[in-house]
Design a protein around this ligand. Structure first.
Ligand code: SF4
Ligand code: FES
Length: 249
C-alpha cells in the first residue's frame, strides 16, 4: 500500500507549526500504525531529516502514552482502540491521512505529535489516591464488595490517561478522565475516607489546569479507547454535590 500523510510538524512549544506532506511506500497491511511511522522516520533519518516526534511505550494499549489525531479522530477510526493497536489493514491503498497532536490549551505541544499531559498528573496528585497506613496485606475476604460494584470500579480504573477525551471535546474538558479516576476510588470501601475531599480537590485542579466544563456532548465516550462511560461524569457531579452538602453541614 501507498499512504499519503499530512503530518503536523512543530519544532518546539513556541515555534510555529505546519502540515508537511510525506508518502509511506510499501506499507504492509499487517503493520501497526506506529510501525508505519517508524518506517517513515527511518527514511527521514537516512535522508538526514528530523524524524516525526510521537509518543509510545507499551504499544499494546495499556500505558496511555500514545495518541494523536488521525484525520480528525483521536486514536483513529477504530472504536475502543489506541493508536498503537490500530493496524494499516484498516486503510486503503492511496488513502491520505492527516496526523495532528491533541489540541487543547491544557496540553501544550512539545514537538510535532507530542503534547505535555502533565496536567493529568497534577489532577491525580490533587486527590487521586488513598492515604492510610496499610500494614500487612489484609485477607481479601475481610472486606466484602458486591460484584456489581467491583465491576463498575474496574471499568473506571481501566482509564489509561491518554487524553483522547480532551482532544475530542469541543470544550477541551477532561471530565471523563477526572470522573473515571474519582469513580474507581469512590465506589470502593478503601476510597471512602477521603471521598468528599478528593472530588472537590480534583475538580478544582481540573478547572485550574485550564480544561473546559462538560456540556454533555458525549464525544469523549465515543473516542475513549477504554470505553469509559459518561455515567462516570454523572457520578462525579453527584459526588461533588454531596461534598458541597457535607461541607455546608
Ligand atoms: S477517559 Fe478514556 S479517553 Fe480519557 S484519558 Fe481515560 S482512557 Fe483516555
Ligand atoms: S503505547 Fe501504550 S497505550 Fe499505546
Amino acid at each position: 500500500m501507498r499512504i499519503h500523510l499530512k503530518v503536523w510538524r512543530q519544532a518546539g512549544p513556541d515555534k510555529p507549526g505546519r502540515l508537511v506532506d510525506y508518502t509511506a511506500a510499501d506499507v504492509s497491511a499487517e503493520m501497526s500504525f506506529l510501525e508505519m511511522l517508524d518506517v517513515v522516520n527511518e527514511g527521514l533519518i537516512a535522508r538526514g531529516e528530523d524524524p516525526i516526534a510521537f509518543d509510545s511505550d507499551c504499544r499494546e494499549g495499556i500505558c496511555g502514552t500514545c495518541g494523536f489525531m488521525i484525520s480528525g479522530i483521536p486514536h483513529g477510526p477504530d472504536p475502543g482502540t489506541t493508536v498503537c493497536q490500530l493496524h494499516m489493514r484498516r486503510f486503503k491503498d492511496g488513502d491520505t491521512l492527516t496526523l495532528e497532536p491533541w489540541r487543547a490549551r491544557a496540553f501544550p505541544v512539545v514537538k510535532d505529535l507530542v503534547v505535555d499531559r502533565s496536567a493529568f498528573d497534577r489532577i491525580i496528585q490533587a486527590g487521586g489516591y488513598t492515604s492510610f497506613n496499610t500494614g500487612g496485606a489484609q485477607d481479601a475476604n475481610s472486606i466484602l464488595v458486591a460484584k456489581t460494584t467491583v465491576d463498575a470500579a474496574m471499568d473506571s480504573a481501566s482509564c489509561i490517561a491518554c487524553g483522547a477525551c480532551v482532544a475530542a471535546c469541543k470544550n477541551a474538558s477532561a471530565a471523563l478522565f477526572t470522573s473515571a479516576k474519582i469513580s474507581h476510588l469512590s465506589l470502593l470501601p478503601q476510597g471512602q475516607v477521603e471521598r468528599y475531599r478528593r472530588v472537590v480537590k480534583m475538580v478544582e485542579r481540573h478547572d485550574d489546569e485550564g480544561f473546559g466544563s462538560c456540556s454533555n456532548e458525549g464525544e469523549c465516550e465515543a473516542v475513549c479507547p477504554k470505553e469509559i462511560r459518561i455515567t462516570d461524569i454523572a457520578r462525579m457531579n453527584r459526588e461533588y454535590f454531596k461534598a458541597m452538602l457535607v461541607k455546608r453541614d
